[in-house]
Design a protein around this ligand. Structure first.
Ligand SMILES: [Cu+2]
Length: 237
């Protein structure tokens, strides 16, 4: 594992992937309604490495699905795509939208970092300003955020379920989708990671991360469901 991550970091520095990812991150929102506010994105070498070395927030602020090991989080990854979002009303702030301000208050923050290269993807999300000691479901979704939670579309799947919006655990699972469920600490803060053995080299990538009201279900017929869509942040993958 450590060797593959080091290889991943080295490959990212050497490969022209930042340009490819940056161009996709600036594509307009799918909804096409008014001018979408692009999320603040930047390629930030060393940011993820520094962040991961500095914190030890696997517990509390616990990743609940597909979490990396503590050793993985401290590996020098070299570079990341980073998106910062401050949740608010869609009209004022379409890049990071809260649909339930009692659970994702306006002003709460999400930072999403993505490193995808060489057949692996690492996603790290940090959250602040949420309810304390609370479990949220979360996933990468296919569409940009919109005026309501449904606008983000379904979960991004590496291998799409041919039947569409999947509740089949064969497709709706944390290794074919990017699940970022977490529990906040007493300050309403959390850090969560997801690592996948695939990247976005086929040209498809998520456009947003949606926060849900419940931990993600895994049983046949309900896999991937996680309650109401509380909030959405556009993110560069
Ligand atoms: Cu979701």
């Amino acid at each position: 594992m450590k060797r593959s991550l080091i290889t991943l970091g080295a490959a990212l520095v050497a490969a022209p992937l930042l340009a490819a990812c940056s161009s996709s991150s600036t594509s307009p929102a799918a909804s096409g309604t008014s001018a979408p506010a692009a999320p603040t994105t930047a390629s930030a070498p060393s940011t993820m490495a520094m962040d991961m070395s500095a914190d030890g927030h696997l517990s509390p602020g616990t990743a609940m699905h597909g979490a990396m090991t503590d050793g993985d989080t401290r590996t020098d990854l070299g570079a990341a795509h980073k998106t910062d979002g401050v949740f608010g009303d869609f009209a004022a702030n379409p890049a990071a939208v809260t649909y339930d301000a009692t659970k994702v208050p306006a002003g709460a923050k999400a930072t999403v970092q993505v490193l995808a290269a060489g057949g692996s993807t690492l996603v790290k999300m940090e959250l602040a300003g949420l309810l304390p000691n609370t479990v949220y479901g979360s996933h990468a979704h296919v569409n940009a955020c919109g005026a309501d939670g449904d606008a983000a579309g379904g979960h991004f799947e590496h291998t799409p379920d041919p039947k569409g919006a999947s509740t089949d655990p064969q497709f709706a699972n944390p290794t074919n989708e990017i699940w970022l469920d977490f529990r906040t600490d007493e300050q309403g803060h959390a850090v969560v990671w997801s690592k996948q053995p695939w990247d976005f080299s086929d040209g498809r990538a998520p456009k947003s991360v949606v926060l849900h009201a419940m931990k993600t279900e895994t049983a046949a017929g309900s896999a991937g469901k996680a309650g109401n869509r509380l909030a959405c942040v556009n993110a560069a993958f």
